[in-house]
Design a binder for this molecule. Structure first.
Ligand code: MG
Length: 161
């Protein structure tokens, strides 16, 4: 890999169910529903990990952290992100920037975004300025709009060190 810059993208979805915890970008979001998942179900971190792995051509999150493995049952996705960044750095790349889109109908998360940026920056050992987070509804359309699930998209740019 001699390219000085590499991009990657990631996407993830989890079903929502009553009474579970909702975690997005490493932050607990107060809500009546949460993600059904083998891990903590943080779709944003999962999409971000896939964007980073894609940029480094290191397969995907399910390849490295299989959801049939008991080690990852209920795991804090921040641990997966930390391990992903280690793999990226081992391959000689550093994060340029990442951009994340959260797709959920409720609740509004805009006031949590600075905390989310800081949380991801701490885990990734980078600056919050390198991590953009946006949120959108889907205007009540589709599975996100019906609040059956939550989705996230992420892109990342890696820079050769
Ligand atoms: Mg996932």
């Amino acid at each position: 890999m001699s390219t000085p810059f590499r991009i990657g993208n990631g996407y993830d979805v989890h079903r929502l169910a009553d009474g579970l915890e909702l975690w997005l970008c490493g932050v607990r979001v107060a809500h009546s529903k949460g993600a059904v998942a083998h891990s903590d179900g943080d779709v944003a971190i999962h999409a971000l990990c896939d964007a980073l792995l894609g940029a480094a051509n290191l397969r995907d999150i399910g390849y490295h952290f299989p959801d049939v493995n008991a080690e990852y049952k209920g795991i804090d996705s921040k641990i997966l992100l930390k391990r992903t960044m280690s793999m990226v750095r081992e391959k000689g790349y550093e994060l340029g920037n990442a951009d994340i889109v959260l797709c959920l109908q409720r609740p509004k998360v805009k006031d949590l975004i600075p905390d989310m940026q800081q949380c991801l920056a701490n885990v990734m050992q980078t600056s919050p300025d390198s991590i953009s987070i946006k949120a959108t509804t889907t205007e009540t359309l589709g599975f996100v709009g019906r609040e059956e699930g939550v989705a996230a998209y992420a892109v990342s740019l890696l820079v050769k060190m």
